[in-house]
Write a protein that binds this ligand. Sequence first.
Ligand SMILES: Cc1cc2nc3c(=O)[nH]c(=O)nc-3n(C[C@H](O)[C@H](O)[C@H](O)COP(=O)(O)O)c2cc1C
Length: 455
Amino acid sequence: MSARQLHLNAFLMNTGHHEASWRLPESDPHSSTSIAHYTRLAQTAERGKLDSIFFADSPTLWSTIGRRPSGSLEPTVALAAIAALTERIGLIATASTTYNEPYNLARRFASVDHLSGGRAGWNIVTTATLDAARNFNLDELPSHAARYARAEEFLQVAKKLWDSWDDAAVLGDKEAGRWGDERLVYPADHVGGHFRVAGALNVPRSPQGHPLLVQAGSSEDGRAFAALHAEAIFTAQQTLEEAQAFYADVKRRAAAAGRDPAGVLVLPGIVPVLGDTEAEARDLEAELDRLIVPEYARDNLAKQLKLDPSELDLDKELPEHLPSEDEIEGAKSRFTLIVDLARRERLTVRRLIGRLGGGRGHRTFTGTAEQVADAIVEWFDDGAADGFNIMPAVLPSGLEAFVDRVVPVLQERGRFRTEYTGTTLRDHYGLARPENPRRREALESAVKGVLAHSR
Ligand SMILES: Cc1cc2nc3c(=O)[nH]c(=O)nc-3n(C[C@H](O)[C@H](O)[C@H](O)COP(=O)(O)O)c2cc1C
């Protein structure tokens, strides 16, 4: 088996990533609130020995509810339930640094890490929509730069809190009548521009120390943030060249930040549409695209491009005059990806909607299991990916097809594990448990104290 192995994460979204997936006969339109549905998906991913599952999230109702299943379970709550019915699969939840407080969130992820035996991951997002701002006492979306500045301090505080208990703090010494060692609890003692947090966390240090830290923004600010904090990066990339450039850039930035680039895993998204034959896969893709309601999709596209829907003619290309990325305060990199795709391939709005229908800008790949495996291995071998965010167009069938047909091909080629070799999410991603710098600091200050005393 080759030394370098793929990392595969299953990105789970109600009936599938394709916006019309809920209209297929097999789909349950009520599955978005069904924990049985998500547990079955997690168990399928675990059967395929995937590294992790992942739930996206935003504290807002995104998309009009006519268009597709909308509204979702809060991800850490759902993952806590799933943890009880799985053993190995990693559990990654999205949470916003803009609309949470570090104490609450650090506690929530530490809790999921404890109850899952070290399988928690946090997809750190700054939340790019105005709708969300309006749910949190604001009239305007905080600027992109302001959101990332808050995220930076948020992470500093969260890390202090996760490290606020020494691993040895709990003694459980029944004989001495001493449950814990007070000297081994290190208050966060944080005072900054956004947050003032005095205390230690109210949860002992968790099995992984910190949850796996994932990041999913690809703008300048997003990349700078990822270079400092991310251990895995989810990204949308359409072409091999763009993906290679992104990969090289974030690895370089991580090295410049003094980190080992191998400890920052890049996982582009891929939406596999699978069939036993290529023709069968193309039929499924065509059927899904036929079921898209273009008016809903056009309204959504107009919002992303900061246009009025009347400016988008379904049978024409995008208008000449579009805002520049600088004028976008929401999701900058996704805006640019969509415009580049439309211009590069000279797509009409109708065809662009079809291309975005599968994965909202993630790369869609339609074909047989061998062809999907080839596409995955090509990017993996050519310096564009350390693994993939698998985004099945239809769920559960698309994940089952991936696990039953693509995973064995990758295993036969020696590119993917046949068994889990560890128990934590960090084990699956080959990442070390972070040391606790607070312990070293505490020891150093204790030594200084003794020395000063002895002089
Ligand atoms: C795979 C993937 C998953 C994402 N999931 C979420 C999510 O759950 N919630 C969210 O607010 N943004 C999510 N995003 C969006 C990013 O957090 C970010 O807003 C977007 O990529 C634009 O970032 P940028 O402004 O740094 O370019 C996701 C992006 C990717 C690539």
